[in-house]
Write a protein that binds this ligand. Structure first.
Ligand code: BV8
Length: 251
């Protein structure tokens, strides 16, 4: 069976990396329009660098949690059973990879990569960035930026994502509020193609009603349970019907 997982900040919350829209989330303390747009970077690159340098330092001292490890197990488990996992994350951290996931699509970019707006080169970057830092490739300064997708910018790998979405037997959104597009539109795309949909989140998200089922609780507890359910089903084909014991939607 082909499973498409869309991951969000809720998957990394228990690794100490704040979410965006929860009450003490990043956007409750920082203005996304002043920090996560190309206009903001053009207007005040130092302020934008300071914001992403802080998040990069936090990431370097963070560790994957049980949800990341369970998704890595799901990847190998499905392949062993003749299926596949397409893991599309909105997260810019590298915790999926550190937990052992091999195939991870970062549709909103990666915090541990920088891109030069002068020569277009993208490179691994683990140190602080600033306008003084010269590009290792073209040696010009002031052009390096975090390799992340800001608001108003085109997400990455959209063709591969839509191809995998339409080829999936099961669409599962994990730890995302469903408030940012085009990712928030994937569930209706899946439904439109008769694909079963399931949401795993701390609580019902903004578009919980669009899902056939919902599993609610901390990702580090619910994701390992759900993965065992999926991989322990006697035949993967059954899963198209049953993902996990239903928990009634709040009517
Ligand atoms: C684009 C990277 C053109 C940088 C990010 C249609 C309608 C309205 C608006 C638009 C639209 N189409 C486009 C827009 C504009 C905009 C948009 O959607 N705005 C919103 C605010 C209305 N979209 C864009 O600009 C996108 N670009 O559209 O280009 C285009 C159009 C079509 C096709 C192609 C191109 C680019 C958006 C990307 C912006 N960059 N991040 C950075 O990280 O700094 S977005 C950022 O927020 C994240 O990456 C993520 O994608 C997004 C949502 O965050 P979540 O991951 O969902 O986190 P959130 O905090 O919101 O929710 C956490 C959830 O976890 C909660 O539900 C919580 O309950 C749960 N949770 C918490 N703890 C736990 C938990 N769950 C389980 N366990 C726990 N322990």
């Amino acid at each position: 069976m082909n499973v498409f997982v869309l991951a969000g900040a809720g998957v990394s919350a228990e690794s100490g990396l704040g979410t965006f829209r929860d009450k003490d989330g990043l956007w409750s303390r920082f203005d996304p329009m002043k920090l996560a747009t190309p206009e903001a970077f053009a207007h005040d690159p130092d302020q934008v660098h300071a914001f992403y340098n802080m998040r990069r330092q936090n990431l370097l001292s963070a560790e994957p949690n049980a949800a990341h490890r369970a998704l890595a197990r799901l990847e190998t488990g499905l392949v062993e059973r003749g299926g596949s996992l397409f893991l599309c994350t909105q997260n810019i951290d590298d915790l999926h990879e550190r937990a052992g996931s091999k195939q991870v699509i970062h549709m909103h970019g990666e915090l541990l990569k920088a891109r030069c707006t002068d020569c277009g080169e993208t490179m691994t970057w683990r140190e602080d960035l600033s306008v003084e830092v010269p590009c290792p490739s073209c040696h010009r300064s002031g052009g390096l930026r975090p390799h992340v997708v800001w608001f108003g910018e085109m997400p990455l790998e959209m063709d591969a994502i839509y191809d995998a979405l339409l080829a999936a037997d099961l669409f599962v959104a994990i730890g995302t509020s469903g408030s940012v597009y085009p990712a928030a539109g994937f569930v209706s795309e899946a439904r439109g193609h008769g694909i079963r949909t399931c949401e795993i989140n701390l609580e019902p998200s903004d578009n919980a009603r669009q899902f056939d089922e919902g599993q609610y609780g901390p990702a580090s507890e619910v994701v390992p349970f759900w993965v065992e359910q999926i991989l322990s089903q006697k035949s993967l084909a059954d899963q198209a019907g049953i993902t996990a014991p239903r928990s009634p939607h709040p009517k």
